[in-house]
Every structure is written in C-alpha cells, then in structure tokens.
Design a protein around this ligand. Sequence first.
Ligand code: BGC
Length: 753
Amino acid sequence: MDIKKILAELTLEEKAGLCSGDDFWHLKGVERLGVPSVMICDGPNGLRKQNQAQDNLGINDSIRAVCYPSACATACSFDPALMYRMGEALGKECQAEEIAVLLGPGANIKRSPLCGRNFEYFSEDPYLSSQMASAFIQGVQSQGVGTSLKHFLANNQEHRRLTVDAQIDERTLREIYLASFETAVQSGKPWTVMCSYNRLNGEYVSQDRRVLTDILREEWGFDGMVVSDWSAVNDRVKGLLAGLDLEMPTSYGVNDQQIVEAVRSGSLKEEVLDAAVERILTLINRHQEQRRPQTVFSMEEHHALAREIERESIVLLKNEDGLLPLSKQGNIAFLGRFAETPRFQGGGSAHVNACKVVGALEAAERDVNIRYAPAYSLTNENEDGALLAEAVKVAKEADCAVIFAGLPDSFESEGFDRTHMDLPENQNRLIQEVCRVQPNTVVVLHNGAPVCMPWIAQVKAVLEAYLGGQAVGEAVVDILFGAANPCGHLAESFPIKLSDNPSYLNFPGEKDRVEYREGIFVGYRYYDKKEIEVLFPFGHGLSYTEFEISNLRLSAKKIREDEPLTVTARVKNIGARAGKAVVQLYVRDVHSTVIRPDKELKGFRKVFLEAGEETEVTFPLNRRAFSYYNTEICDWHVESGEFEILLGQSSREPAVRDSIEVEGIVSLPKHYDRNSTLGDLLCDEHARPIIQKLMKEVGMDKQQADFKLGEGAAQMKMASVYGMPLHKLVSSCDRKVTWEEIGAVLKDLGGSL
Ligand code: BGC
C-alpha cells in the first residue's frame, strides 16, 4: 500500500471517515483506493470475535476460542517468557481468524482491591506490570498481529468510569500509573494504545494532549496508533488535536462530520487529520502485509498451553504441615460448585466463549477417587442448610477436604466495582463448618482480586488459582496432587481487611472526582512503609521444595548514577523436589531527603532447579532503579547516598542484602529568597560561608557555639535558628541586618528578595 499516495487521493470526507470505526469491530476501508476494512477484537486472555450481534460488554456470543488465564493469574507467574508464549499463541489464533489487532493487554495499576476489573490487570507494582505487558505484546506481535495496550491512563476503577476525574499528582503519575505503561510502550512497542474513558486532572484522557502526545509519543517514542476505548470520545476534534487517531466503535457519522466542519472552518488543520489518517493507514497496511489467513492451530495444544500457564501462576499461599501435595490414594472430598464448574474468567469485554472447560472434579476423577458435594448455592448467598449439612458430612468422612471457593460473576466484573472484599457468606460459613470436623482442609480460590479470609487460621492450605482460564481444573489438580510444584508468587498484596488498603478513604471518590491521596504509596509501598501486617505480602508464594538465596555480590561498591550495576546471587534448591524459584530484587534508598517507599521492586528472575541443584541469577540495574521522579526538574533524579539491594522470595522476607553508594550527578536547582531558612542555607556548601559570615556579623555564631546537643533547651534554640527565615535577621538581632545586605547575599546565591 502506498500510504502517501492514498493519503493524497483521499477526499476530506473519506479522511474524516477513516478516523472512526465502520461498526463495532471493523475499521473503515476505502474500496476505490484498495484500502481494506480490517477487524480488531477483544482480548486480552482469548479472542472475543463476534460475527453476529456485537457489544463491548461480552453479552452477545462470540466464536469458540481458547480462554487463557486472566492477567491477575498470569502476573503471578513472574515469567515474561511464558507471557510471550501466551501472546504468541493468541497471535496465531488472531491470524487464523483474520484479526488485525487484539485489544490488550491491560496495564492499569491495582490501586484498590475493589476495582471490578482488577482481574484484567497485572499488578499493584508498575515494574512487574510493565514487564509482563511488554512480553505479552511482543509475543502477540511476533505473529504479525497488533496489540492495544489499555486503558491509558488512570482507569483504576469501574465506578463512573465514563466521567470520573482522577486527581493524581505528577510524581505519583510518573512513578506508579505512567510507569506501568512506560516499559510496555518502549520495549513492547505495541501497534496501538487504547486511551481510557476517564478524566485525569480535569481533562478527558481521550483529548489530553500531554498524555497522548507529549508523554506517549514525544517522551516515550510511541509510533503507533491511538484508539479510543469504546465510546470514550468526548470532543472529537479536541481528541484529534490531542493525538487520538481512531474513534471506536462507529459514531454513525456524527463525529466524522464534526471533523469535516472543523477543517473547513479552519479550527483544525488538515495536517493534523492527515497525520491521524496516516497512522490508521499504517496500521491497516501492517495487517495487510503480515496477514496469514491460512494459519491453523490446534485448540488442544492451546488448551494444554493454557493449563501450563495456569500451573505456573497458581500461588500456594499456605501449606501447614506439608499437607499438600495430596496422595492420590487418600479418601478425598471435593466441596463446592466451583469444583465442577469453576469460575475461570471475568465478565465484560474480556469474556471468551471457551471452547472447553475442565473443572477440577473432572480432572481429578481421571485417576483419583473423589467424593463431591456442591456445598453452596451461587445464586443465593444465604446459606442453604441442606447443601451445607451434606458437605460437612462428606468432609467428616474423608481424610482431607478440598473446598473450591471464590467470587461468583455477580461479585466482580467490568462495569462495576466491589463494595467489600468478602467471599459470599455461605462460602465462608462452609469453610468454617468443614474446619470443625476436618483438620485437613484445603481451600482453592477462584477470584479476580483479594478476598478476606476470616478462616485462614483454621485451614491448613490455600491455593490461589485466580481466574485461571479454561484449563484451571487440570492445573489445580496438577498442583494438588503434586504433578506440578507450585511456583506462582503474588503480584499484589492481600490486606487483612479492606480498611487497611491505602486507597480506602478515597475510593471510588465522590461523584465524579476521585483523589489519589495515598500518592505513590500503593500496595506494598504503603503496607511496608506503615509496617502494617498483611494477610499475604506482595511477592509471596510457597513451593513444595525450598530455596536458599546466598552469596549476593555487587559489581561495584560505589557507582555514579550513569554507571551500570550488576547484582549476582546464588539460588539453591535445598529441598527434595524439583521446582522453580522466583528471586525478587528490591531497592531501598537508605537516607533520602524525599519521601520514598521502604523499598521497590526493580528486578525478578524465575529459575528451575532440580533437587539439590544451584545456579546463579544476575540482575543488571541502571539509574532508574535508584531514582524517584522530581517534579522540579521534570525528570528522574538520583539522590547521592547509600542504597540497599535486597533479594528474597517475597517483599517481606529479604534473604540477603548489601549496600551500594550511588553518586547522583544531577544537582537540583536551588531557589533562595527572603523566606529561605538559615538551616537550608547552612546545608548548602555554596551558601554556608556566606550565611556563616552574616551570622557572625550579627553575633548569632556565638549563640550557635553555645548549643550542646542533647540538652532540650539547646536543641530547641538550635532548631529555632535553623528554622528561621532569612528575612528575620532584619528584625530579630541586636545588630540589625539591613534589607540591602540580605538582598546582596541573595544576589550572591542567584536568588532575589
Ligand atoms: C472496554 C475495553 C474493550 C472495549 C471493546 C470497552 O468497554 O473497556 O477494554 O476492549 O470495550 O470491547
């Protein structure tokens, strides 16, 4: 396709028309110029290709497709290579179905456990989220199919998502919410980015030039197409000016007409429209050049991959007395409807018409004798006495009870948020009653986000399966009976109770305004800093074997911020079975003058080790690992000083640590005026002699010399001198300093009165 030539031949109306969809899933084509209409579809954990009735909420039917585990699960694999393979498989499926772009992955941060769509997102941590999203994108796109990184930006709740205004300060945006997309854009290089519905600091993201152009394109180098979330356009012309290329789905010509009129009236330069059209044509061309409609794939093989991915993602949260893995010979009870019909995916646009679903009961019964009781109703939370009694009886007669619990569809979905973190009442009751008669109780959870576990002390083992895709039952059985060794680690913290969560007081906001008052303290950044006990910390995950991390080495004891650092350590499988360890690297700024989290994830490695085997893991770190975002210089900044490198298997248990001295090379601008404190001035090498001289002249140096640390009064005096603004010297000393003298000092320091 000769894009420039086509662009030159298109009429204004055709160009405006190309900027919105033809219907729900197709871009428009231009037949007379040989531009085809291409199809895109949801995403992200399976294809939701709708051939007939179309919708964005997963209500109408779509083709039969493989349903892979949702991002809430896959993030726990801590395995970008696995994400890449999942992407590759989805890419093949898209090729076979002639899909140009798969709408995903979602890289929004899990700000609150209540967000109804958390199941579609990876993590509360931007580093992990961005790494996983990036691998997914690369996997899909390796097959010549595009992705749409979504929902950019700050779409962290479903409540009033079309209108809510997220108020987020710049540092928080940069360190948390933008960071979750940044690597995904820069290394993943998605063909498209989908803007979100909401407003951010007063402006709809769909028409926010700073977000869609200044940051996305100019700072991060994004060269693809920006598409609106479905019906996210507010003012179409403003959107174009901001960098929103394609509106989806169709606006039935209404917004196209606005574009035409704006160009005619001169309020929209035709070059802006041309740039958008060129990006849309580039996307269509990419698809044309790389389409392979003859692609075939085996649903069985992809089902097996879905099983493998889930197996690698399930998190063993608790395993007292080594209850798991279970012996196949035992007399085992499976309790709960989810054993038979698991909840394996979330509701809304990500909802896939799964080609087959295997529950744990069906999978286990292939070679284990199981007694099953449905145990609870999914439609009525008020416990059903007969179902409960039967389940308790079955549990009592067994050697071990495995309860399949979790959230029904009505509890969490796209479109609304949860209002609490509880499991349905009947399920909590079931677990408690079963624990009374059966000491060996295991709970398997099917949920898209953390739940409260009032029964945690009574159960011996908990497996977090999340929304594990169509093969979840087989994967759970693989883990329960030890065919596979659990190796998932939590990509989010599990608070003990909802009110512990940092966003609790400001979620989902008032009317159309939500203030992110917790700032950068999201997830473990908050729990760790506040030393709040959690149910399970970020990064936690047990195994049937044990690993030892040792021999931490840093390539240098001191570096300049622009020098690389390599961190190396040994990991040994000291247990009796083969397994995979997830080694996590956190960085802590030991003495910071800015408020920073206790530690932040800056690297992770997943390694397979036979029993007794050991290996070395290596992490390259660059300046970003040590920086925070400084709003004064509008850039990342490294403060000179000591940083700790912590390696462990969860955020709460560093196994080894070492320190590095990092020298920051960018000094921050200093602004002095009449209100600058003597303390600040005395801390500045350049200002110190000047101020000391001035203090000497007015006799304040003597007062200072009298101060003896440790004495309350002296401390107080010292503090009052340090906290004194410069201008006070004019009126609070025996020998008065004149305004002229203050002015001269400030001039010397590059400031002014
Ligand atoms: C969702 C998107 C989805 C789109 C198309 C919207 O409601 O927010 O994630 O891709 O619909 O179904």
